[in-house]
Design a protein around this ligand. Sequence first.
Ligand code: SF4
Length: 274
Amino acid sequence: MSNLIPDDLLNPDIPVPEELRSNIAITTLEQIYNWGRKMSVWPLMFGLACCAIEMICTAASRYDLARFGMEVMRPSPRQADLMIVSGTVTKKMIPQIVRLYNQMPEPRYVLSMGACANGGGPFKEGYNVVSGVDKYIPVDVYVPGCPPTPQALLHGLIKLQEKIARQSFRTVPWYQKGPGEAIPIPVLGPDLLDPRQVEEIRRRAMEVLAQKQEAAATAQPQRVAEAAASVTEAPAPRRGLSPEEIARRKAEMEERRRAREAARRAGEGGGEQA
Ligand code: SF4
């Protein structure tokens, strides 16, 4: 009879006779609990850009996510264990991503798929792109590539299974005392504002303001001295022409007019003679 109980469920410290292995498994509560969780991860499905095509391809029949118990991929945070961030994370989208993450029940995991979600990718430092989704939500597994192939995504999912298998009841955050804290939703205004950084932004702004005020206070006496040194005698205001000058200019104009008139008459007399 074949062995129906997976080897990773058996406790190697307590060997089970070969003939009983199909019927008896001796293991720890933690091990069987993690085995059940890692073999039934339900992804939350949404796509942000081209990487989403590879994710959709991974869910199709050729790659068969059902082998890992992950075929229940729904566009809803209800009962979802895993958020796959596949594609470019824009500043416009990150408030929605954080809201969806907050709506997922614990335990929850995040897989960042592709260069864009990992760190901005080809659009890093773009005016509208977040330089990595891990600036806002905690990421468990990063899958590199632009885009990662379906095989790469499967490898990332297997790594996540290994991480789940290593977790312990005693240390996982969702079994600690006290309520879990939701991540503050980023605010999209002229730029993206992370509410967790408001105090830091205020402190830095006050420092810059104090530096500017100090520089202005030291520069003030120097500017006053420079302005005083640059003062010179003002030019005399422009005055109008004296009556004598006006009379002289009128006489000149009249003389020129008479000369032009005499020349015109002389020209007309010459034409008659010809
Ligand atoms: S990593 Fe490459 S393939 Fe994936 S969303 Fe960014 S640009 Fe597209």
